[in-house]
Design a protein around this ligand. Structure first.
Ligand SMILES: [Zn+2]
Length: 308
C-alpha cells in the first residue's frame, strides 16, 4: 500500500507556536536553516527511493528559489503552504485569496509545473472559515490537505471523515463532505467540489488520535506509531497521510526566547530522535506523493486518472 508523505517547508521561526514572540516583520533578521534541513530530507528520500509532496511556504520560495527548483528536479510534487504563514481563520477572505494566489503563481513559476495542492498553516481550515474552499477552487487548486479531524485548541474539524474525501458546496451554500466518496466519480458531482486529504488519525474507541507526523511523531514511541499506522493500512485498508517539517530534523536550531511552556514543549520535544525515527518509518512503509495516492487503497492510479 502506498501512503502519502508530505513535508511542510518552512523555518523554525515561522511556526504559529512562536507568533506571539516573533512577528513576520522580524523574519528577515533570522538566518535561514530551512534550505539545509530540506536538503537533508531530500537526500534521505533519495536514499530510500521515495517521492513526496512538499508544501512550500511562498516566503521561503521567494528567498530560496533554487530550493523549489531542486525539489521539483528530484521528482517530488511542489504544493503550496500559502505565502505568509498566517492561520486561515485569522485572515479575511480577501487576504486569503491574495495569499494563496501569490504563492501558487510563484511556485508554478519555479517548479515549472501546475501546483495542485494546498495545506493551510497549522491545519487552520476549520468550520469558521470554510469559505477557504471557494477561494482554493477559484484559484485553481485541485486538492486541500488542511483538515485535521481531531479536537485541538488551535485546529480541527473532529467529525469530518478521517480518510480522503470530496468536499462539495451543496444547494444550501454550505461546504461539507460529499456523499459521493469515490474520486473517479467526482465529475458527476453537480456541485463545486475539491478533494480533501485530511491528516491521518487513528480511531480508538470512537476517538481520533493524531499519530501521523509532526509533534505526535516526536511524542509517541516509534513502536506505537508503527503499530497505529500499520493498523490503518492493514485493518482499515487505507493509506495514511504523514507530515514532517524540515526544522523537526534539526536539533541544533536556535532556541526562541520568550515562548510559553506549551509552545516550547510542542516545538522542541525529541527533535534529536526524529532523523532515526524517520529512517525507520521510510524502511517500514511505502510512500508516494499525495497526487499518486488514490482513494481506493488497493488501486494505485495515475495523476491523470485521479484528477480527470
Ligand atoms: Zn506551517
Amino acid at each position: 500500500m502506498l501512503n502519502a508523505l508530505s513535508i511542510d517547508v518552512e523555518d523554525y521561526f515561522h511556526v504559529s507556536a512562536f507568533e506571539g514572540c516573533i512577528s513576520p516583520s522580524q523574519w528577515d533578521g533570522y538566518r535561514l536553516r530551512v534550505e539545509d534541513n530540506t536538503f537533508r530530507i531530500l537526500d534521505l528520500l533519495d536514499e530510500f527511493g521515495v517521492r513526496a509532496t512538499f508544501f512550500v511556504l511562498g516566503w521561503v520560495a521567494k528567498r530560496k528559489p533554487g530550493l523549489v527548483k531542486e525539489i521539483a528536479r528530484r521528482g517530488h510534487e511542489v504544493a503550496s503552504h500559502g505565502f505568509a504563514h498566517q492561520r486561515v481563520y485569522n485572515q479575511t477572505q480577501n487576504e486569503f485569496r491574495h495569499d494563496i494566489r501569490k504563492s501558487k503563481a510563484l511556485l508554478e513559476d519555479l517548479a515549472a509545473e501546475k501546483v495542485r495542492g494546498y495545506r493551510a498553516p497549522s491545519y487552520s481550515i476549520s468550520r469558521s472559515c470554510l469559505w477557504a474552499y471557494d477561494e482554493l477552487l477559484e484559484a485553481g487548486y485541485v486538492y486541500d490537505s488542511s483538515v485535521f479531524p481531531i479536537r485541538h485548541d488551535l485546529y480541527g474539524i473532529p467529525d469530518w471523515p478521517r480518510h480522503l474525501f470530496i468536499v462539495s458546496k451543496g444547494s444550501d451554500g454550505q461546504w461539507k463532505p460529499s456523499a459521493s466518496d469515490v474520486l473517479s466519480e467526482r465529475h458527476y458531482d453537480p456541485w463545486p467540489s475539491l478533494t480533501e486529504v485530511p491528516i491521518t488519525t487513528l480511531s480508538v474507541a470512537g476517538k481520533n488520535i493524531p499519530i501521523a507526523g509532526g509533534g505526535y511523531f516526536r511524542f509517541f514511541p516509534y513502536a506505537f506509531t508503527k503499530w497505529g499506522l500499520g493498523r490503518i493500512n492493514k485493518s482499515e485498508g487505507r493509506p495514511f497521510v504523514f507530515y514532517l517539517h524540515p526544522w523537526e530534523i534539526d536539533p541544533d536550531q536556535p532556541r526562541v526566547a520568550g515562548a510559553g511552556m506549551k509552545s516550547r514543549f510542542r516545538h522542541y520535544l525529541n527533535l534529536h530522535r526524529v532523523e532515526d525515527r524517520f529512517r525507520r518509518l521510510l524502511a517500514d512503509f511505502r510512500f508516494a506523493r499525495i497526487q499518486d495516492v488514490s482513494l481506493t487503497p488497493s488501486r494505485i492510479t495515475t495523476d491523470r486518472a485521479i484528477y480527470a
